[in-house]
Design a protein around this ligand. Structure first.
Ligand code: HAM
Length: 410
């Protein structure tokens, strides 16, 4: 019986899991510098946590959630995103007493999308959330953190920060009405897909890639005309600060994001190296969401990044540590070999043996695995209580003992 992985899922091993672990390591490192504490939540939650906050007409809720009834008929959903579970956890555990409360988390998310490169049904996100501050410094701080993390992980990729301001939630709801009217009046020029969204989710029409839609979108009302002078000034300040930080920004008045909870600043870090799945990180402000989920009426700002997408752009991790292979020529030398094995492991080296009493095979495997050294345990070595140590990068071979082997392995 051959059982295949479920479509849209993948296993991680070899170089990929090394890259994955590097991402997690750098995330934890940068989180500490910026004062974010780790928060881990369950993989499934009650469905109501997601339905309304993400938007009943959003693609995620309409088509992509993995939802099922538990045996006691509770409706459960595998988390499609991390912001709402983090807020739920912060409320459930009384973590919103000292503000701002800054949290990060990493873990698997689930969306039943059409799989392709950079888009999976189970994928991993990095998530940073800052609860409790409406100062735009919090927006800049969290964007700056994202930028530094990407610079650390994929220093050679060209990344652009796309940014927009959506104004208040009231501005947004007025804007949706204006847009619905405008698109209704211009229905005949729109694709069928967009026509279906006119009354339910007109903002999503702005993301349409259809060329005819794009022409109409150019003439559509602009949200910017609705936002207040204060919001406009804040947005200008944010852009100024980001330019000061040498972050390459692209102002995109049509950037509205796919989840319903956003207002004010929204942003996406994009690359042109990944085809259509080009967003590495997306986020923004979500003032009002924490209250909707039963918490205090406090604002929030955050982002999530797709680990798999970032990994697609990461270079192979060079082997820097000393990696030693053993070549044991005969079973009777095993006792001698185990002593050096134990000695080196205790000194924190990584040591491997292929369980074959064959110098040629051991050497060939060591080279394939890009080992740095080969220790040969033969008859002379056993009799003289020493070892032959071959440096695989320069080919030099020396006789060493327990007393001086470390000098050669540094
Ligand atoms: P999102 O834009 O839905 O936002 O997802 C954030 C990132 O997750 C995307 O930019 C992408 O890198 C990755 N991603 C999303 N779907 C997939 C997929 N099917 N396969 C692989 N990677 C994927 C959110 O989830 C919001 N919760 C972000 C946020 C946090 N806003 C405020 N705080």
């Amino acid at each position: 019986m051959k059982i295949n992985p479920v479509r849209g899922t993948h296993d991680l091993f070899g170089i990929e899991i090394k890259k994955f672990n590097k991402v997690i390591f750098e995330v934890k490192n940068i989180a500490q510098k910026f004062g974010f504490n780790e928060l881990a939540t369950p993989i499934f939650e009650n469905s109501e946590l997601f339905k309304k906050p993400l938007g009943e007409q959003s693609d995620v809720v309409l088509k992509e959630m993995y939802t099922f009834n538990d045996r006691n008929e509770d409706e459960i959903t595998l988390r499609p995103e991390y912001t709402t579970p983090m807020i739920r956890a912060a409320i459930s555990n009384g973590l919103l007493n000292n503000l701002p409360a800054k949290f990060f988390g990493t873990g698997q998310m689930f969306r039943r999308e059409r799989p392709q490169k950079g888009r999976y049904r189970q994928f991993n996100q990095i998530n940073f959330e800052n609860f409790g501050s409406d100062d735009f410094f919090a927006d800049i701080e969290i964007i700056c953190l994202a930028n530094l993390l990407l610079k650390k992980l994929i220093p050679n990729s060209k990344i652009t920060l796309h940014i927009n301001s959506l104004g208040t939630r009231k501005n947004l709801s007025d804007y949706k009405k204006l847009l619905s009217k405008f698109f209704n009046d211009n229905q005949k020029f729109l694709s069928k897909d967009s026509v279906n969204k006119i009354n339910t989710n007109p903002l999503r029409i702005l993301d349409s890639k259809n060329p005819e839609d794009k022409e109409i979108i150019k003439k559509s009302p602009k949200l910017f005309d609705l936002i207040s002078r204060t919001d406009f000034k804040n947005y200008e300040e944010i852009k100024k600060c980001l330019t000061e930080l040498e972050i390459s920004i692209f102002e995109d008045p049509n950037l509205v994001r796919g989840l319903d909870y956003y207002c004010h600043t929204v942003f996406e870090f994009k690359t042109n190296e990944l085809g259509s799945q080009d967003t590495l990180i997306g986020g923004g402000r979500y003032d009002g969401l924490i209250k909707t989920l039963g918490g205090k009426d406090i604002p929030g700002v955050g982002w999530a990044g797709g680990i798999e997408r970032i990994m697609l752009l990461m270079e192979d991790i060079p082997k820097t540590e000393t990696d030693i292979h053993l070549a044991i020529i005969d079973p009777s030398f095993k006792l001698h070999a185990i002593k050096i094995y134990d000695f080196l492991i205790k000194k924190n080296f990584s040591v491997h043996w292929n369980y074959k009493y064959n110098l040629k095979k051991s050497l060939s495997l060591a080279n394939d695995k890009k080992a740095t050294h080969l220790i040969i345990v033969g008859k002379d070595e056993k009799n003289n209580n020493n070892f032959s140590l071959k440096n695989l990068s320069n080919g030099e071979q020396v006789i060493v003992s327990f007393d001086n082997i470390l000098d050669y392995l540094k």
